[in-house]
Design a protein around this ligand. Structure first.
Ligand SMILES: Cc1cc2nc3c(=O)[nH]c(=O)nc-3n(C[C@H](O)[C@H](O)[C@H](O)COP(=O)(O)OP(=O)(O)OC[C@H]3O[C@@H](n4cnc5c(N)ncnc54)[C@H](O)[C@@H]3O)c2cc1C
Length: 273
């Protein structure tokens, strides 16, 4: 039922942190503190840039004949996505701030190999006269974790979601580096540049970062479900959606969600009789 509603349904059914259920007088069938914890999401920032030279033909609305091609009339007028790592020195400092000790670059999971930290999509439109262009920045490897809690005992009410975007030094560093990379592209105005201070860029991120619609991890495999997707401590109940992801995927979730569903079908089929 997806990583927001699945923990809500479990909690409303009496499976979850006892103190959370007690707030709404829900009888506790299983005190499971992990339900609704460990939420992660890819944060997204849309930033609109003023184009310095309209005649350069960077945007829909300019005189560039490229944008008369039909593909730029359907959906989002963009044509590539690029994923990037982040510079390691700053990353080491951010990890040290979060973890209280200098990490070992050879073994730390964020340092030992190249990783996808940010994703960038240019959108060649934002104003009819072609004076603006939009960039999309997505943080792909968040280390902060949020939560899903109950707002009431009524299944029709949305739960309380705390995504905790930019909640760790690593997340703030990754987002800042991603935005600086975009600001370094030639031809944009100077309101925000690669030389802007961390404080200035951080304020922009805090003001505008929002959900990438990729919630995951709220019934995390290990703590809440086992490797057969069974909810631990409960007979005959499985969770099959992005809530079981133990760590954030560094790609969009659809493929991994379908893979979990197909694997679940195999597990359930094999367990018959
Ligand atoms: C706007 C948007 C754009 C996205 N774009 C992309 C993309 O381009 N690429 C990509 O890879 N991923 C994308 N995603 C993410 C992807 O769609 C989700 O990660 C994926 O669908 C999650 O699968 P799921 O099975 O966990 O949940 P869902 O696909 O959300 O399925 C949950 C189902 O449970 C049902 N449900 C909820 N509550 C109850 C209830 N009480 N009783 C019965 N049924 C219930 C819902 O109606 C829904 O059908 C996007 C998501 C959004 C919201």
């Amino acid at each position: 039922m997806q990583a927001i509603r699945s923990p809500q349904i479990l909690m409303l059914s009496g499976i979850g942190p006892a103190e959370e259920l007690a707030k709404f007088d829900i009888p506790v069938l299983l005190d499971q503190p992990g339900v609704g914890r460990n939420l992660s999401d890819h944060g997204i920032l849309y930033h609109t840039w003023k184009v310095k030279d309209l005649s350069a033909g960077w945007t829909l609305g300019s005189s560039n004949p490229l944008f008369n091609e039909p593909q730029y009339s359907y959906g989002t007028p963009g044509d590539f996505i690029v994923s990037t790592d982040v510079p390691k020195n700053g990353l080491i400092a951010a990890i040290a701030e979060d973890e209280g000790a200098t990490p070992d670059s050879a073994t730390h999971p964020l340092l030992a190999n190249k990783r996808t930290f940010t994703e960038h999509v240019p959108i060649y439109a934002a104003a009819p006269d072609g004076s603006l262009v939009t960039s999309v920045l997505t943080t792909m490897l968040p280390t902060s974790r949020g939560s899903v809690k109950l707002s009431s005992a009524d299944t029709r009410d949305p739960p309380l979601i705390d995504p905790n975007y930019l909640g760790s030094a690593v997340d703030r560093y990754m987002a800042r580096e991603g935005l600086k990379l975009q600001a370094g592209a030639p031809g944009f105005d100077e309101v925000l540049s690669e030389n802007s201070t961390n404080k200035y860029i951080g304020a922009r991120l805090r003001a505008a970062m929002r959900s990438g619609y990729h919630p995951m991890g709220t019934l995390v495999m290990g703590a809440v479900v086992d490797t057969d997707l069974k909810v631990k401590g409960v007979e005959g109940l499985r969770a099959v959606d992005t809530s079981v992801f133990p760590v954030p995927t560094t790609g969009h979730l659809q493929v991994a969600a379908v893979a979990v569903a197909e694997q679940a079908a195999r597990i359930i089929y094999a367990s018959r009789a």
